[in-house]
Design a protein around this ligand. Structure first.
Ligand SMILES: [Zn+2]
Length: 287
């Protein structure tokens, strides 16, 4: 039997330095089971929408966080207060979940305090291979760093579902990862998971069917290769010593708007610098 999964799409805005704001969309997921679970908690205020999840009638025994970024932990405080859910996250993500101001200092996402209600305590530290038993359904933890330290994906075999968080880069969107080799290794690990009928990413609506899912993985790897070529072209023009100049040149090469050059994408570009002498970035070469 297929267990019901409800995709909860949450829209929000990230303020830009020039006074405009960037509309964003993030999905979190409700999983119906004897012990229902919520995967990720959206941004501050998202509980108003999450509580209307019909498959669990707003009841959650567990909140499983794929990673510590603001659009995944934003409403965690209210979720925990309203449901009493146990918070589960990878051990390497706990620092930024339990100390959100430390996260803000290290990774100053614009409008951080408007996106995140505050810290929550992690009750269950997770590691690769752990299995969370929801009663009639299970979630197997896949450590998938690269986009963020302590990032996890979750495989639910009973629902033939893979919840990939932010691990699969979205073509033509602002690229955000801090470790290129880890990003490629994580993509390979996710692709190797068998029996997946539906891919539930945080960045886009669910993708159904083996062919569509395989095409999505192909597109992600092609996008990473395209970014790598763009960083190499940018470095040949702007040099690699000034990180922000290299980031601005790279975003130009990618055809992204000027505001795409920011501290988050500077970290992405920096992740390519160790491999500038390589034309290819297949995981066999750099993983
Ligand atoms: Zn993220």
């Amino acid at each position: 039997m297929t267990h019901p999964v409800e995709a909860i799409g949450l829209t929000f805005k990230i303020p830009l330095p020039d006074g405009r704001s960037l509309p964003r969309l993030a999905f979190c997921y409700a999983i119906a089971a004897a012990s229902p679970a919520l995967i990720d908690a959206g941004v501050a205020g998202a509980w108003k929408r999450i509580r209307r999840a019909t498959v669990t009638e707003g009841r959650f025994d567990r909140l499983v966080l794929t990673h510590a970024h603001p659009d995944h932990i934003g409403a965690a405080q209210t979720v925990v207060r309203q449901t009493g859910a146990q918070v589960c996250a990878h051990a390497d993500a706990i620092g930024w979940i339990e100390d959100t101001q430390a996260q803000k200092r290290a990774r100053p996402v614009p409008g951080f305090d408007a996106l995140v209600e505050g810290p929550v305590a992690v009750d269950v530290p997770l590691a690769d291979g752990d299995v969370i038993d929801l009663g009639g359904a299970t979630l197997r933890v896949l450590a998938t760093p690269g986009h963020a330290e302590g990032h996890i994906a979750l495989h639910c075999p009973e629902a033939e579902a893979l919840f990939s968080g932010d691990a699969i880069p979205e073509p033509r969107a602002m690229p955000i990862y801090t470790d290129l080799a880890a990003t490629l290794r994580s993509l390979r690990a996710l692709r190797a998971v068998g029996g997946v009928r539906t891919l539930y990413s945080s960045w886009e609506p669910p993708i159904a069917g083996g062919e569509a899912i395989a095409a999505r993985f192909d597109a992600a790897v092609e996008w990473l290769e395209f970014i790598h070529a763009a960083v190499r072209r940018a470095a040949s023009k702007a040099g690699a010593s000034d990180g922000m100049a290299l980031t601005q040149a790279t975003m130009g090469e990618l055809g992204l708007p000027p505001f795409a050059a920011n501290p988050l994408t500077a970290a992405t570009v920096r992740a390519h610098v160790p491999y500038l002498d390589r034309a290819a970035i297949a995981v066999e070469d750099i993983g």
